[in-house]
Design a protein around this ligand. Sequence first.
Ligand code: SF4
Length: 188
Amino acid sequence: EPSAQEKRPEPARLRIATASLAGCFGCHMSLLDIDERIFELAAKVEFDRSPLTDIKHCGPCDIGLIEGGVCNAENVHVLREFRRNCKTLVAVGACAINGGLPAQRNHLDVGACLQEVYCYREGLDGAGVPDDPELPLLLDKVRPIHEVVRVDYFLPGCPPSGDAIWKFLSDLVAGRTPRLPYALMHFD
Ligand code: SF4
């Protein structure tokens, strides 16, 4: 006869998905900077789409973490899929919040940029701008994610530190509104 303790069902684990759009994966690396606390996190959550799994499309989730801004049509598609599926969507890092480094191209003409990179550089021998239909179309500007979908929370930094990500996620997983102490709030 199992004891009352054994009969009690396991608390449901929250499901988390992460994606990098126009980012450098630095924010994902910072998530790994929580070091051994990842075991504590893994006991409370399970991962849907993320670099830790081989899941290609985000399914229904509690929390979605988005790194990177929106620079092409595929980013728009992935971001909308996350918004549809995630109860809480978080913009993680400067690129997701305001476009970050990739948005430095916003004051340039995207066509001229492509020509410069693929056509006029020495040694390219007129290779031409890649136009494989599988390549996602570029947007004229790199956009912060809140210009495309509704965003619930913004976690600043380039990248946010592992400690900031830990505090933020601990609050969310515990059902609290995330709050960062001043010492963990960075914009660089
Ligand atoms: Fe990389 Fe910084 Fe952008 Fe994060 S915010 S993806 S670390 S450039």
